[in-house]
Design a protein around this ligand. Structure first.
Ligand code: PAF
Length: 287
């Protein structure tokens, strides 16, 4: 296991990354909220393989949690996280406290327009703007780098790509495939909230996505028909709570497409016990 530098301040993190680049190193950034699982580790491994110096940030960002959401309960396990980062070959962990990251409550508000309005934007209105602010800060602190994000948060990935492009930030955003349990459930820190019966039922999200994708594959081009099939699968799961959305949209713009054509993304979000789970899957209709 290699040594990992613990960076607690913005100044230390900035200096560490500047010093690495001055030596000619390419910096890799893996932004996380901790409670690391195999999904995070897949990002970390990719960064270690593709860059010279990997920095993992661990910060549970209060700005991206709405009132009544799970900010306090969000799983935390800092010592295990640092051990995992070291074992996987990260050079540094940047873990600022909330007062270091936000010495004053930010008044800057990032609006991603049509990219953040649907889906999560409807059900968690402040979430993506809150992600935008913390990711913009991380990019400003770390500087030129490759930054690794999971495709599981598809809309977040779309927003972060546009953030880097629109503001000409010197960051290459790299999207990485979702890591799944053997039964198909996407790994998520929030899976820890599920009891055994809920955990067994959670696979219905993936089944719903596959049902929608199979219909498209079979030639269905009506958005409504695909979404109805997805909803029907979700409705068959006895324990599932409210479904926030089950839809198919353009993969890049997240706008509806009628008839379905090109690169598409099927996305679901649903409540199960104390957890809100999200997942997505790609589909292509040749144009
Ligand atoms: O995906 C996450 O874990 C978070 O939204 C991120 C990107 C680390 C920002 O807090």
């Amino acid at each position: 296991m290699s040594d990992v530098r613990l960076l607690g301040t913005v100044g230390d993190a900035r200096a560490f990354c500047e010093e690495a680049r001055a030596r000619g190193a390419v910096v890799g950034l893996v932004p996380t909220m901790g409670a690391l699982h195999e999904g995070h580790l897949s990002l970390l491994r990719r960064s270690v393989a593709e860059t010279d110096v990997t920095v993992v940030s661990i910060f549970v960002n209060p700005l991206q949690f709405g009132a009544g959401e799970d900010l306090e309960a969000y799983p935390r396990g800092f010592e295990d996280d640092v051990r995992l980062c070291a074992a996987e070959g990260a050079e540094a962990v940047f873990a600022p406290g909330a007062a270091e990251m936000y010495p004053a409550p930010p008044v800057t508000n990032l609006d991603f327009g049509e990219l953040s309005a649907p889906l999560e934007g409807v059900h968690r209105p402040g979430h993506l703007p809150g992600v935008g602010v913390v990711v913009a800060k991380l990019f400003a602190i770390v500087g030129a780098c490759r930054a690794y994000f999971g495709e599981k948060d598809w809309q977040q990935l779309a927003v972060v790509r546009r953030l880097a492009a629109d503001l000409s930030l010197p960051v290459e955003v790299v999207g990485c495939p979702t890591v799944r349990e053997p039964d198909g459930l996407a790994l998520s820190s929030r899976n820890a909230y599920l009891d055994p019966a809920e955990r067994a039922a959670a696979v219905v999200l993936q089944r719903s996505l596959r049902a929608g994708a199979a219909l498209i594959e079979a030639g269905e081009r009506r958005t409504g028909a695909v979404e109805a099939a997805m909803a029907e699968v979700l409705a068959s799961a006895p324990l599932l709570g409210p479904v926030d959305y089950a839809c198919v949209v353009d993969a890049a713009t997240l706008a509806p497409r009628e008839p379905l054509a090109g690169e598409l993304r099927l996305l679901v979000a649903a409540h199960l016990g104390g957890a809100r789970l999200i997942d997505n899957l790609g589909a292509t209709v040749p144009t």
